[in-house]
Structure formats: structure tokens, C-alpha cells
Ligand binder design. Structure first.
Ligand SMILES: NC(=O)C1=CN([C@@H]2O[C@H](COP(=O)(O)OP(=O)(O)OC[C@H]3O[C@@H](n4cnc5c(N)ncnc54)[C@H](OP(=O)(O)O)[C@@H]3O)[C@@H](O)[C@H]2O)C=CC1
Ligand SMILES: O=C1O[C@H](COP(=O)(O)O)[C@@H](O)[C@H](O)[C@H]1O
Length: 490
């Protein structure tokens, strides 16, 4: 079935001058327009503090799109049409009276979408001011970005503020990893293929690895990042969402709540990491100077705007355990960091060996099948299986090779949509299944908070690693102690 535009939408984009709006949201909206998925009378109200007007905004937006969109995807006519949907409103979000004009802009027949691309401290303020300005209907959809708060307590305050004005069914909490095609594919892989469904537990899987590596550093975001650190920026949301999609039980259908109910069960079953477990289960790192993509780069403490005494982590590796029937005894090794050797996200499912081994004992190390799920780049998957090595002189020698599926080659896809295209599209359609429910956010914080508390109580600084390496050696020691190693494609 080919997707069709949904009903006309009025999108109020708060924080339109910010990095997220400029770098992700406007290009994603352009792509939806190019794909014919914006109804002809859909409109965008770009709202920000700066002193500009609609004509200047349109001109700047057009120039930026031309720069950002890869050449074969840039269509000047579509871009012109897209920017003419956008109007500008200068507004300080704390100015309650200023919100009165918003109701006049709205077309009552259009679906109202309020996108808060702002610091989370503004979510409650905007919601209350919209209500005070009479711009708050039962049908409004409200989009908020991660991280929701800094810990469980602050996330509850923000969620309570939103709940004062909107029902949970109106809230679309973004975790952009859920918008990635390859992340959604985890649901298809697991629940459309009975082959895997029957193997997906502690009887057949020995351990799971999840790596989300970035080669970039802090890129001018020091002020935000230093308050968050890698555990709040990446583990609390993206990495725990990936873990949930791998570990959850089959949902009864594809509805938002069926999927989210199963994810919550996983988060609730995550084993607490107590202070005495920290040395064995968690590694925290911070990069020093080194190289990235062949060029020398500064350490975290020498980045622009840095506080030289910061002990914020830019790398985390940890061993998560899930206390339930399916995953008893199966560790999930997770690592994520900035300034690692490459940008790469992958999940490796390590299957247990056959119960009785009859081949050359020297080859026993080959005996575990692995499923390698490449989330980005080179999106696809490979199942490492064993076959007989060919040739008269080989006897029953084994060799390992991949059953390979590279999405771009096999399915001849011309482009993979950016996560924000998918998420904006689902918001317009009113589908919440790729968005995070309040209890998911809170259970994820509960688990992450205890680790942060343990770090704080121990006073131990992060371990250093040179930019361009795979993090502190302690992360290798963590997995080696269990007789395993981080997967390397050789
Ligand atoms: N950037 C990214 O890649 C990602 C961002 N996020 C989240 O998205 C949200 C936005 O992030 P980002 O775009 O980077 O942040 P920025 O700081 O770049 O942008 C924030 C925007 O909010 C506006 N703003 C803040 N306070 C007010 C106010 N009182 N009145 C009017 N405008 C105000 C800013 O306007 P002004 O320019 O005038 O200050 C700016 O337009 C955050 O919650 C962030 O955590 C999540 C994932 C990735
Ligand atoms: O949410 C965030 O994600 C990005 C990484 O996202 P990706 O889609 O490029 O993998 C990360 O760089 C950023 O620090 C974090 O806030």
C-alpha cells in the first residue's frame, strides 16, 4: 500500500531557531513534502525568540535546505513550495499574553501538532501558556524531545506538568532511535520470523552485545552534554530502547500499548546494579586527545567551553541482566561513547553452541552462531553459520561464513528515510507505537539513577581513553572476565 497524505496539519514548532529544528526537523518536513505526504493545506508556524520575519525566515530556510539536502534529493520547486508553508512568529515562551495570537493562526479544521524542540524546562511553560491562550484542544498532539528530565524526580515533574494539560494519548515522546528503519526492523525480525522466535531465549542465546559508537566529539554542545553525560544522553533512552526491543516478549498486536507494555516489563525486570557490583558491571570513561578520521582532536576537557575539572563521562560500558524466565543467565553487554574509532551501531546475538560437539576440537571456538544486526551504517544483517570447508584435503574442516542481507542491495532501496521523517509522519497519522510512554521513561530513569548514584557515592573519576580508541581498556576487561570479547568483524 502506498502512503497517502493524512489530513491537513497545523504544526507549531517551538524552538524553530534551535539546532534540532534546523538540522533535523525542517529537512525531514521537506522530505515528507517531496514524497507527497504533506496535505496541500498543511502549514508550519516556526516560533522562536529571535527578531526576524516570515520572508527572511523563508529565504534562510531555502538556502539551508539547498545546502543540507543531498543533490539528487533537492528539488527546487518542492523546496519553494515547502518554505511557502512556513510562517514565523517571534515569541518568548514565558510571555503568556504572546500566546493569544496562536489561536488565530490555527485553522480549526486542521490537526494541531505542537512540537516542543526546546529545553525540557520549557515544556510545562509552553503547555500552560497554550491552555491560557485557548489553544488547547482535545485533539492536539504534543511532541516532546528526550531527555525528559535529569533523573526520575525531575522527569516526574515534567511529565506531571504535561499531564496537567494533556492526556497521555496526546503525548508523543521522541526517542529518535525508534524512528530508524533498522530499529523498527527488530520488531519484524523477531516477530515475523518464527525461526528466530523459537530460538530467542536463555536456552539458545548465550549473550547479547549492543554497541552504539560515535566518532564525533561534543561538537559545540558542551553546555548541554556536560550536565548529561553519556549515561543520560544515550543509555537512559536509545540503548535501553534497543535492549527492550531485543528482550521483550511478543506483543499481542502492533498497537502502541501492546508494544509499550512489553517494553515496560523488560525495564522493570532489569537487575539493580548495587555498589558492590559496580567494578565488575560498569565502566565509565572520558576521552583525552587523540585522532579522529585521521586528524588530531582535543580531549573532552579541552573542547570549546569546557570546564577543565569536569568528571562527566563520554563513554559507558555495562553488563545488564534481566531477571526473568526468558533471559535468566544471559548478559547484555552494552557500550556507547563519543570519539570512538567509527560511527557504528550494531547488535550481536551470540547463540549457544550445539549441545554435543563432534568436529575438530581445534575449531570449537567457531561453534557459536551469531546474528549481526547492523543498525547503521551499511544497514542489514548477517547470520554467521558453519559449513564444511570445500576440497578433498579438507576432511570435515569447518568454516564460518555469513548469510548476508544488506538492505540497500537486496531490496534496491534508493534511500533510507531519516528517523525524524518517520516520526513526524507517524505523529501526523496519530500512531504512538514509535513513541515512549511515561512509565517507560520513568522505569528507565529508575535503573539509570542507581548507577549514577553509585558513581557519585564512590567518587571515582571516569577512566581516560584516547580519542579514536574503543574506550577504556577496563571495558575490554569487563567482557573478557566472562570469557568473551566485543565482536569484531574480521
Ligand atoms: N540537537 C539535537 O540533535 C537533539 C536535541 N534533542 C532535544 O531537543 C530539544 C532542542 O534541542 P536543540 O535544538 O539542540 O536546542 P537549542 O538550544 O539549539 O534550541 C532551543 C530552542 O529553544 C528556544 N528557546 C529556549 N528558551 C526560549 C524562550 N524562553 N523563548 C523562546 N525561545 C526559547 C531557543 O531560542 P534561542 O535561539 O532564541 O535561544 C531555540 O530556538 C532539547 O530538549 C534537546 O535535548 C534531542 C535529541 C537530539
Ligand atoms: O540523541 C542523541 O543522539 C545522537 C546520536 O544519534 P545518531 O542518530 O546520530 O546515532 C548523539 O550524538 C547525541 O549526543 C544524542 O543527544
Amino acid at each position: 500500500m502506498v502512503d497517502q497524505p493524512v489530513c491537513a496539519c497545523d504544526l507549531m514548532l517551538f524552538g524553530a531557531s534551535g539546532d534540532l529544528a534546523q538540522r533535523k526537523l525542517f529537512p525531514a518536513l521537506y522530505q515528507l513534502d517531496r514524497a507527497g505526504l504533506l496535505a496541500s493545506d498543511s502549514r508550519v508556524l516556526a516560533i522562536a525568540r529571535r527578531d526576524t520575519d516570515t520572508a527572511a525566515l523563508r529565504k534562510a530556510l531555502l538556502a539551508r535546505l539547498e545546502e543540507q539536502i543531498p543533490e539528487p534529493e533537492f528539488d527546487a520547486t518542492v523546496a519553494q513550495g515547502f518554505v511557502s508553508r512556513v510562517e514565523y512568529l517571534e515569541l518568548d515562551f514565558t510571555d503568556t499574553d504572546g500566546f493569544l495570537v496562536l489561536n488565530d493562526w490555527r485553522h480549526p479544521g486542521n490537526q494541531l501538532i505542537v512540537y516542543m524542540a526546546t529545553p525540557p524546562s520549557m515544556y510545562g511553560v509552553i503547555a500552560r501558556n497554550l491552555r491560557a491562550g485557548g489553544c488547547c484542544t482535545e485533539r492536539t498532539r504534543v511532541v516532546v524531545e528526550k531527555p525528559i528530565g535529569h533523573d526520575l524526580e525531575s522527569s516526574k515533574v515534567i511529565n506531571d506538568e504535561l499531564a496537567e494539560v494533556y492526556r497521555e494519548s496526546q503525548l508523543f515522546r521522541i526517542d529518535h532511535y525508534l524512528g530508524k528503519e533498522t530499529v523498527q526492523n527488530l520488531i519484524a525480525l523477531r516477530f515475523a520470523n518464527n525461526l528466530f522466535a523459537s530460538q530467542w531465549d536463555q536456552n539458545h542465546i548465550s549473550h547479547v552485545e549492543i554497541t552504539v559508537a560515535e566518532s564525533m566529539g561534543i561538537e559545540g554542545r558542551w553546555g548541554y552534554f556536560d550536565q548529561a553525560g553519556q549515561i543520560r544522553d544515550m543509555i537512559q533512552n536509545h540503548l535501553l530502547q534497543l535492549l527492550c526491543l531485543i528482550a521483550m516478549d511478543p506483543p499481542s498486536d502492533l498497537s502502541a500499548d501492546s508494544i509499550r507494555d512489553e517494553k515496560v516489563k523488560v525495564l522493570k525486570a532489569l537487575k539493580r546494579i548495587t555498589p558492590d557490583m559496580m567494578a565488575e558491571y560498569v565502566v565509565r570513561g572520558q576521552y583525552t586527545s587523540g585522532t579522529s578520521e585521521g586528524k588530531p582532536v582535543p580531549g573532552y576537557l579541552d573542547e570549546e567551553g569546557a570546564n577543565k575539572a569536569s568528571e562527566t563521562e563520554t563513554f559507558v560500558a555495562l553488563k545488564a541482566e534481566i531477571d526473568n524466565w526468558r533471559w535468566s543467565g544471559v548478559p547484555f553487554y552494552i557500550r556507547t561513547g563519543k570519539r570512538l574509532p567509527e560511527k557504528m551501531s550494531q547488535i550481536i546475538i551470540h547463540f549457544k553452541p550445539a549441545p554435543h560437539y563432534i568436529f575438530d576440537p581445534d575449531q570449537k571456538h567457531l561453534a557459536n552462531n551469531k546474528l549481526i544486526i547492523r543498525l547503521q551504517p551499511d544497514e542489514g544483517m548477517a547470520l554467521k553459520i558453519l559449513t564444511k570447508d570445500q576440497g578433498l584435503d579438507k576432511g570435515m574442516r569447518l568454516r564460518q561464513g555469513p548469510l548476508e542481507l544488506t538492505f540497500s542491495e537486496t531490496f534496491d532501496t534508493d534511500r533510507i528515510p531519516d528517523a525524524y521523517e518517520r516520526l513526524l509522519w507517524e505523529i501526523m497519522r496519530g500512531n504512538q507505537y514509535l513513541f515512549v510512554r511515561r512509565d517507560e521513561v520513568e522505569h528507565a530513569w529508575r535503573w539509570v539513577d542507581q548507577i549514577i548514584r553509585n558513581w557519585h557515592d564512590s567518587g571515582e573519576p571516569p577512566k581516560r581513553y584516547a580519542a579514536g580508541t574503543w574506550g577504556p581498556v577496563a571495558s575490554i576487561a569487563m567482557i573478557t572476565r566472562d570469557g568473551r570479547s566485543w565482536y569484531e568483524d574480521v
